[in-house]
Design a protein around this ligand. Sequence first.
Ligand code: CP
Length: 292
Amino acid sequence: MRNLLSMEHLTNDEILEILKRAAEFENGEQPSLSRSYNIANLFFEPSTRTKTSFEMAERKVGCTVIPFDAGFSSALKGETMYDTVKTLEMIGMDAVVIRAKEDEYYNELLEGINVAVVNAGDGAGQHPSQCLLDLYTIHKEFERFEGLNVTIAGDISHSRVAKSNATALRKLGVNVRFLCPPEWSGEFEAHHSWDELIEDSDVVMLLRIQHERHIVNKSFSKESYHEQYGLTFEREARMKKGAIIMHPAPVNRDVEITSELVECERSRIFEAVRNGVFVRMAILETILKGRE
Ligand code: CP
């Protein structure tokens, strides 16, 4: 694996290898890169978790993190993504982690760029590192994928997490169902009532409403969305024994989920953030070793 761009490109074996390595890191095993690599994190969209988690993972695997501030970069003067990444390659970067608002921005980097590219989110396209940490969190809980029922609920059409997870979970034998307002289902067939899904879900995965990607926000008040599509106390009480709640975050509290449920016994929302560091260590080590 020389880059991580989309879950479409990963085989089940590659996914399971990354999860296995992440578990080894969680159990205290040390990274095994032969040298220190230079990495820059290019975040052209806001991020708390992904950027900080990658930085932590980069330091833990022994890389040197070279600061890059997208908000003060020459991208603001019109420099292309290709020219930005090529420039960083010439300065001495070995890898770049990129989040950008354009779907598949990485296509323009496939020819002529020699640094490793890790996609940290492309528009409404893919979010592979989030997907891998979600897979890790699910596998840690159930020790399997085959036969699980995972319900992904919320702003499906704008969600890169929904697309990445649907791709990977289905390849791994999970029964993935979607729940959302009719106009938000995008390319997927979706349910529109929790009644059909809540009682047999092993995982309820909630998605943030991405107001920034809605061209016309005509749909819902926060209260009516919560009432129809949110995870309420009443719905959580109907979840089966052992079922868990996930959300990639940031969470709109009392919209996608009742605020008090964010840290309830079933919730793995913050646990997944912790898992993300081990998973990103495994991603970076795999890619950088693949280039040694
Ligand atoms: N889950 C996720 O991608 O969060 P950030 O936008 O804070 O990185």
